[in-house]
Write a new protein. Structure first.
Ligand code: HEC
Length: 115
């Protein structure tokens, strides 16, 4: 029996470290506590729909490389999400997890996707 207890203890330990690691990977700052760049935030939170270049279009995602929205409009859009509910609100005042400075960086990064 003792061997089973040990195996269970070991797997719990492995599981705990996996959980700790994945929650870390989802955080918006790196292991040094520095804020992530707009590029990294974008890669982590936005590419699933918009794609690396902004033009992937998954779930009807707008093509960011041809967006006509101003920087301010982009910021507002990212904060509030899309009115059809496909894109979630990211602003912390709207139930999201990103602060103003992170959203500013994201919007500035998106501007560089224009072609
Ligand atoms: C679940 C898919 C999804 C994810 C993830 C997503 N978006 Fe979107 N996004 C959309 C959809 C769909 C639209 C178009 C909605 C509409 O037209 O009403 C959109 C539109 C936009 C627009 C408006 C562009 C324009 O010109 O109309 C911006 C800016 C934008 N997204 C930025 C972001 C950023 C930044 C992130 C990551 C923080 C992100 N999106 C993550 C689906 C997504």
């Amino acid at each position: 029996m003792a061997i089973f207890t040990r195996i269970i203890r070991k797997s719990t330990l492995v599981l705990t470290s996996i959980l700790a690691f994945s929650s870390c990977a989802d955080s918006s700052s790196n292991e040094f506590g520095e804020e992530m760049s707009g590029e990294k935030l974008y890669a982590q939170k936005c590419t699933s729909c918009h794609g690396k270049k902004g033009n992937l279009g998954v779930s009807g995602a707008a093509d960011l490389s041809t967006s006509t929205k101003s920087l301010e409009e982009k910021i507002e859009f990212i904060q509030k999400g899309s009115s059809n509910g496909v894109m979630q609100p990211y602003g912390e005042n709207f139930g999201g997890s990103l602060n103003d400075s992170q959203i500013q960086k994201l919007a500035e990064y998106i501007e560089t996707l224009k072609n």
